[in-house]
Write a protein that binds this ligand. Structure first.
Ligand code: ATP
Length: 329
């Protein structure tokens, strides 16, 4: 079955097709003219690279917030540009079908907005699939089997913890503590403890490059001295990075604890033996799997392709409409 599987994330947008696999993987940024904010001049890396150096009159914007649409027209302009780039009509037809992933905790209004945007952006028939279910499917798990699965999806804007079984949800919790918040925490730590100001992309590089915990390693960071304004280097020890990120990682642990409490006793056995699956870019944070394993005493498995498995699962749904139907309300 032809069509597009789409993961519209707060940070990254990923599109797959059954024929060609992942055909687009770009930052969720759109460059617009301030006078015409609903027309995309550029999307993806090209738009993201102008953050902090945009000429007057044009602005890079993020069309998705916490995994959902806040401004219909902006989102429509973005999705239209994404589809045009990912799926030229000569290859995938003029109005391809689409399955779009949606946060498991999205409201019916947010789901309807996504359906409308998909249609208006040129998709013929649009199905929605909860992100953790799509991610699990993308990792080879059958979300229709009579066995409970527990997924922790740590994206850019939100962390979602979801348990599901046999086509239905068992328990779900989410929080706004995820990749962006981890980056923010490092930015503020450097500002308050070391008196240097760094750009968002530098704070992000510190987060991604953070050494494994407990190894006594360090990382050199370049920024601007908050007092003199001059460029300055700072050496960050691993322990400092862990401390700076602790409030955010603790929040994610608490969200998981709350979700676990709601899982029916019968299903807990499945979770205990299978463990939990982590996905989303935030699951790559060094030391996080270990923290979850130590806190909950459960085996933790990180998806092989944590940044694309949701789009892969949404794409797989094109051949498995029964999964979309089961998880459609
Ligand atoms: N190696 C890494 N270590 C830590 N964080 C990482 C790593 N690689 C990517 N990230 C973070 O993952 C986040 C993006 O993940 P992902 O693409 O899954 O989010 P998203 O789907 O766009 O967001 P959401 O699910 O909230 O809508 C970013 O905050 C990014 O900094």
């Amino acid at each position: 079955m032809s069509g597009l599987g789409i993961d519209l994330g707060t940070t990254n947008t990923v599109v797959g097709t059954p024929e060609d696999g992942i055909v687009l993987n770009e930052p969720s940024f759109m460059l617009v003219r301030e006078k015409d904010p609903h027309h995309a001049l550029a999307i993806g890396t090209e738009a993201r690279d102008l953050v902090g150096r945009n000429p007057m009159g044009v602005t890079p914007v993020r069309p998705m917030h916490d995994g959902v649409i806040v401004d219909l027209e902006s989102a429509q302009a973005f999705v239209t540009a994404v589809i045009k780039r990912a799926a030229p009509s000569r290859r995938y037809g003029v109005r391809p079908k689409g399955v779009i992933s949606v946060p498991a905790g999205a409201t019916s209004l947010e789901r309807r907005a996504l359906l409308e945007v998909g249609h208006e952006a040129g998709l013929r028939k649009v199905g929605l699939i909860p992100e953790p279910v799509a991610g699990a499917l993308g990792c080879g798990i059958n979300p229709l089997e009579p066995r409970a699965h527990l997924v922790v999806d740590i994206g850019g804007g939100t962390s979602e913890v979801t348990a599901f079984c046999y086509g239905g949800m068992l328990s779900h919790r989410s929080c706004r503590l995820a990749g962006d918040e981890l980056t923010n925490a490092l930015y503020h730590y450097l500002r308050t403890e070391h008196n240097i100001i760094v750009g968002e992309l530098t704070a992000e590089r510190v987060k991604v490059g953070a050494p494994e915990t407990g190894e006594g390693q360090s990382l050199v960071v370049e920024g601007r001295d908050a007092v003199t304004g001059r460029a300055r280097l700072v050496t960050l020890e691993t322990e400092e990075i862990v401390d700076a990120l602790r409030p955010t990682t603790t929040g994610i642990v608490q969200t998981l604890a709350a979700c676990l409490e709601d899982i029916p006793a019968q299903a807990i056995g499945d979770v205990m033996s299978e463990g939990l699956l982590t996905l989303g870019g935030g699951s790559l944070l060094h030391g996080l799997s270990q923290l979850l394993e130590e806190t909950f005493g459960l085996p933790v498995k990180t998806a092989e392709r944590p940044l694309t498995c949701v789009a892969e699962g949404a794409t797989a749904c094109l051949d498995h409409p029964e999964v979309v139907a089961a998880y459609s309300d």
